[in-house]
Design a protein around this ligand. Structure first.
Ligand code: SF4
Length: 668
């Protein structure tokens, strides 16, 4: 027990990983000093993250120590809503008894699905992310589907490749062309960005396709594409490769199907026509095609942001096919998530215990609340009242009389403003876990450094506590943390060692799947997908895009200082509206003055920044602020779209349109 060493002059070191929903998944060492203070530093031997953390990684200590951290269960006194009501401290027994009593009453009506478990990715460790599902599945609650971020790309790539895993970060050193398509890696993946910068310094050509100029676009040729027109750009590049005889014909003949259909499909997209649609000059499209034509090992990073368009799945399909034209079997990265390996996630999450079938597309929580689908919502690993689109609808629903809401978190977030009971959660240093990456193949032990502060309890502990109160006696709902992790590790054939060895080694690399095996019906890369029609899609990616007159496309990239809404309250950024100067002139907007933007969902006022980094016809503001820190009690998510796309039911945040004008004065 580390606390026993306090005052002994001994500092202890623990291994861990930053478990945020981040491409990089950094390995780290945590030092517990004899005065009880914590220090984190990057794992210098880590093959990808190589000894440095970003500011958010260091800020995990600030989250742990923060004076506003929740340390006791709380019960609401008075009405719900921001700034209303107050909190009284209650015991864990009171809190759990009340929650279990409500759940039991709902189940007694024969409607356990009227309890919604709502979670996302606040902690990406296996235990913290999946273990609680055992409880909700055994109870029969409605289960939340994680569709807010990257659910479109997987099904899209699977149409052509059979599954969606691709490149690993260390592959960029071997690449002879790097294309970053729709991502500001400098902010969202600083370690992969460092690897790409190193490759660029050694002479590897880099192209960045993005409607916005950024730190990332500075390291290569920037193609400033109009949002949603990316399919056209990709088809035009493919057409050039065909036209100039730059396709890898041996590979295409032996390893692919449907390339002739794809060639015909691309044929209408001449450089000139594509330039007109995409806004990218024909010479730049040709330059990208010629760079592909010279490359034997092209590497294309497909960003999560670009697939959050209404046609995001189509974009991922079209872009993902480009490397195959050059004979690279999987020359793309989209996500090498847990499905890439043979982890027994169904067992870990208790799929075999599941009583009900009800699910919720998380993007449409507001719509479900309008339909009065739930009597209780239990939120864990998430802050939906900040992160969801169409927040006005969500707020209205969360205020409904009779809806009982519980939030498990470290802080009084925006979501807590609508809670009846708030439960204090553990920090990343207070519960053990195993943390996988979804870009690299390293899995890390996250050793528990300290006992929980105050009365905080982990996701695992609450799962067991509630299960016993609800009379759920499955052995899986009594399993200990280490026993669960041991079984997960010892049944995964893709690990090079067992649990005991992993505990010694702290981190290990999983075996990569064979990139030349394509589990499509033909066993080949299918340019024209043979399964698309059965899944409701066209065999070839559709060249569609969205345009609206007199409205601006609202782009909402994630700010460097946050992961979704996590960390925002540590150092809040002040949202501004970035507008192209030519658009601003037409709107008579000047630097620093307030603009009003609105659509059918909501209305927001933001100070204006004039910048040519934004493509004309779009405006930009960063996500995700906490609403309670915003003047007017609204954020950009008051405006974002809660429509979903056919691919994975994924969110379409980026395909949000707004009208913009000079903000009226209070007198009108
Ligand atoms: S947020 Fe990402 S880059 Fe930063 S420390 Fe965590 S895993 Fe590493």
């Amino acid at each position: 027990m580390p606390a026993a060493l306090f005052g002994s002059g001994v500092a202890l070191r623990f291994y861990g990983a930053c478990p945020r929903n981040c491409y990089d998944t950094c390995g780290q060492w945590v030092t517990l000093a004899e005065d009880g203070s914590l220090k984190v530093e990057g794992d210098a031997e880590h093959p990808v993250t190589r000894g440095f953390l970003c500011g958010k990684g260091y800020a995990n200590v600030d989250l742990h120590d923060h004076r506003e951290r929740l340390l006791h269960p709380l019960r609401r006194v008075g009405p719900k809503g921001p700034g209303k009501g107050s909190w009284e401290r209650i015991s864990w027994d009171e809190a759990l008894d009340e929650i279990a009593r409500r759940m039991t009453a709902i189940a007694a009506q024969g409607t356990p699905e009227r309890v919604l478990e709502f979670h996302y990715s606040g902690h990406m460790g296996f235990l913290n992310r999946y273990f609680p599902l055992r409880l909700w599945r055994a109870f029969g609650a409605t289960e939340t589907l994680g569709t807010i971020c990257a659910a479109a790309g997987g099904p899209a790539l699977s149409l052509h490749y059979g599954n969606s895993f691709g490149l690993y970060p260390t592959d960029y050193a071997e690449a002879d062309l790097i294309v970053v398509w729709g991502s500001n890696l400098a902010w969202s993946s600083p370690h992969v960005f460092a690897l790409i910068k190193e490759a660029a310094r050694k002479g590897t050509p880099v192209f960045v396709v993005d409607p916005l100029a950024s730190q990332t676009t500075k390291i290569g040729t920037h193609l400033q594409v109009r949002p949603t027109t990316d399919v056209v750009l990709a088809l035009a590049v493919a057409r050039e490769l065909f036209e100039q005889g730059l396709t890898a014909d041996e590979f295409l003949k032996s390893q692919t199907l449907g390339v002739e259909e794809f060639r015909v499909h691309c044929a209408p997209w001449t450089l000139e026509r594509a330039a007109e649609v995409t806004g990218v000059p024909a010479a730049q499209i040709r330059a990208l095609a010629e760079a592909f034509g010279r490359a034997k090992r092209p590497a294309v990073h497909i960003g999560f942001g670009v697939q959050r368009n209404v046609n995001g799945g189509e974009i991922v399909r079209a872009v993902g096919l480009l490397p195959a034209l050059r004979g690279a079997p999987r020359g793309f990265y989209f996500s090498n998530g847990n499905l890439t390996y043979r982890w027994d996630i169904p067992w870990l999450g208790g799929a075999h215990l599941r009583k009900g079938t009800a699910t919720l597309n998380m993007v449409q929580l507001g719509r479900a609340l309008q339909e009065n689908r739930f009597d209780m919502v239990f939120v864990w690993n998430a802050n939906p009242l900040a992160t969801l689109p169409n927040l006005p609808l969500v707020r209205e629903g969360m205020l409904r009389e009779g809806l009982f809401t519980v939030v498990h978190d470290l802080f009084l977030t925006d979501t807590c403003d609508y809670a009846d009971i708030v439960l204090p959660a553990t920090s990343i240093f207070e519960s053990p876990d195993l943390v996988p990456g979804y870009y690299h193949e390293v899995v890390h032990l996250n050793e528990q450094v300290l006992p929980p502060r105050g009365e905080a309890r982990s996701n695992h502990r609450i799962t067991l506590d509630l299960a016993s109160r609800l009379g759920l006696t499955h052995p899986e709902l009594r399993a200990g943390e280490e026993a669960t992790l041991r079984q997960l590790v010892d049944t995964c054939p893709d690990l090079p060692c067992n649990w005991e060895a992993l505990k010694e080694r702290k981190r290990v690399a999983l075996h990569r799947p064979d990139p030349t095996v394509f589990p499509t019906p033909s066993g080949k890369v299918e340019f024209a997908s043979s399964v698309a029609a059965s899944r409701g899609f066209t065999p070839l990616p559709k060249p569609e895009w969205v345009e609206r007159r007199d409205e601006f496309q609202l782009i909402t990239p994630t700010h460097a200082s946050v992961i979704n809404s996590t960390y925002f309250h540590l150092a809040p950024f002040a949202p501004r509206l970035e507008v192209n100067p030519e658009d601003a002139a037409a709107l008579r907007l000047t630097e620093g003055e307030e603009a009003e933007l609105w659509n059918e969902r909501g209305r927001l006022r933001l100070p204006v920044t004039l910048t040519a980094r934004v493509v004309r016809g779009s405006v930009v503001t960063f996500a995700v602020p906490w609403v309670k820190h915003q003047a007017g009690g609204a954020s950009v998510n008051d405006l974002t779209s809660d429509d979903v796309q056919a691919y994975g039911g994924n969110a379409t945040f980026v395909t949000t349109f707004v009208k913009v004008r000079k903000a009226p004065t209070p007198e009108g």
